[in-house]
Design a protein around this ligand. Structure first.
Ligand SMILES: [Zn+2]
Ligand SMILES: [Zn+2]
Length: 462
């Protein structure tokens, strides 16, 4: 078996691992690159022939794992895409959204070129029609089922506890010389234990090789009860001052987690009279996927918080642009949850324009803010910012609540790996270089496992 890292190697995004075994080519994820070099990397041709890939196993729906599937199909992939039913449904809405944004951006850049007298037409990496063409290749595989492929290769998906439908992959293959069966595990993104909506990550006891993510390989998170208290204080302070609360949030996962926590606080009378507006068509679609895949959520979780009003908790999903704009007239008491999570696009920007200059309002950040984004600028304490073409002063109170992360921290990653009793060789990926290297040090020190931190394009013969 030959293993090659074509993304998320000393980097967080663009997850893509290529396997070659006995003439069969398999991909684990086909993710989009995000951040500074994204445009160049996403437009670079694949380092393998998409037509020769027989199978793609998709760990979860986040675009840094699924985002280049339409490009793969456009360039000749004709194999099968295995993933859990919830991941398939979430990937569909995220890929459509991504294609739509790319088409709009490309159109805008083309028009900009024309105005400068250039005729260069900017092409998106893929279009909505390419997403449509990708969907027939998906095949649902539920958690726990062992699926056989060619040449004695078998795999199983198990719950990674990261977002709805997320999986780690256990894959068995026959060693080419000894013909003995070997097992490699791809962690996918590993969730934080204790998420109220999805199960904790499944542990693995046996493996010959493990490929593990390290997003927070050098950091520790706050616990959930402190996080909930931070959110309660921020919301109640703003409502007391008669302002609005803005919560920029990712549509899949974070929005639903925040709603769940707000609902519980209202139920326990710790917050009163909440008027919540979820102003994101994508979040509404994602919420529908939650409602249609109850079987993949934590047992006995009551999803009423996603649709049912009570005395202290009123939830409203805004639909049209006009309806979203009408929220501008509300001067106090609204909790507006909207995308994008890093304020790079989406409806959150117009809510900021109408609220962020008002000292009685607040913005609560619940997710990671990458360098260079509007969200990061605000979190770092900017006094003004250009929002929708206008320079706006920032007078609202800014809260940053870190404990909502969907990723295991260093301690939890080590615990997950420590459950493996068979002394595996460990590949550490999906982390910024510093995080991966620091995590490697911990793995060697505390678990005494043999480790590798691959760079982009590195191959290993297993
Ligand atoms: Zn993820
Ligand atoms: Zn990821």
């Amino acid at each position: 078996m030959k293993l090659t890292f074509f993304g998320a190697a000393r980097d967080v995004t663009g997850s893509c691992i290529h396997l070659y075994h006995d003439g069969i080519e398999i991909l684990i994820d086909c993710g989009m690159h995000q951040g500074i070099k994204a445009e160049k990397l996403n437009n670079t041709p694949f380092s393998f022939n998409p037509a020769k890939i027989s199978y793609l196993i998709l760990t979860h729906a986040h675009l840094d794992h699924s985002g280049l599937i339409p490009k793969l199909v456009k360039e000749g992939f004709k194999g099968r895409i295995f993933t859990t039913p919830a991941t398939r449904d979430l990937a569909e809405i995220l890929l459509y959204d991504s294609a739509h944004i790319q088409e709009k951006d490309a159109e805008w850049l083309t028009r900009k070129n024309l105005r400068k007298g250039r005729t260069t037409v900017v092409e998106p990496v893929y279009k909505v029609e390419d997403v449509l063409a990708s969907l027939p290749y998906f095949e649902n595989v539920p958690y726990g089922l062992i699926r056989s492929l060619d040449k004695g290769i078998r795999f199983r998906l198990i719950d990674a506890g990261h977002i709805l439908g997320s999986a780690s992959v256990e894959l068995w293959f026959k060693d080419e010389t000894t013909r003995k069966e070997k097992k490699i595990v791809f962690s996918g993104d590993i969730g934080k234990s204790g998420n109220p909506l999805i199960e904790d990550p499944t542990n693995i006891e046996k493996a010959d090789y493990i490929c593990i993510e390290s997003t927070y390989g050098d950091r520790f998170h706050k616990n959930l009860s402190d996080t909930v208290e931070e959110l309660r204080e921020a919301v109640s302070e703003t409502l007391r001052k008669e302002g609005n609360v803005l919560i920029p949030a990712f549509s899949v996962g974070r929005t639903q987690d925040v709603l769940f926590v707000l609902h519980n606080l209202a139920k326990e009378n710790k917050l009163k009279n909440l008027n919540i507006f979820v102003d994101s068509p994508l979040a509404e679609k994602a919420t529908q996927v939650y409602l249609s895949h109850v079987e993949m959520l934590e047992k006995n979780v009551d999803l009423a918080f996603l649709y049912k009003n009570s005395e202290n908790y009123r939830i409203h999903f805004t639909k049209s642009v006009e309806e979203s704009q009408r929220l501008n007239a509300i001067k106090s008491g609204a909790i507006i949850i909207a995308g994008s999570g890093m304020c790079e696009g989406g409806r959150i920007r117009h809510h900021m324009k109408h609220n962020i200059w008002r000292p009685e309002c607040s913005v609560i950040f619940t997710g990671f803010q990458a360098k260079g984004t509007l969200g990061r600028l605000i979190v770092d304490g900017a006094k003004k910012a250009k929002i929708l073409g206008e320079e706006i002063v920032i007078r609202s109170k800014i809260f940053t609540i870190g404990g909502f992360s969907a990723h295991a921290d260093q301690k939890e990653l080590l615990e997950w790996l420590g459950k493996v009793k068979t002394d595996p060789m460990v590949f550490i990926n999906h982390g910024e270089e510093k995080a991966s290297l620091e995590f490697e040090k911990k793995v060697v020190e505390t678990l005494r496992m043999v480790t590798k931190v691959p760079s982009l394009g590195d191959s290993y013969e297993l």
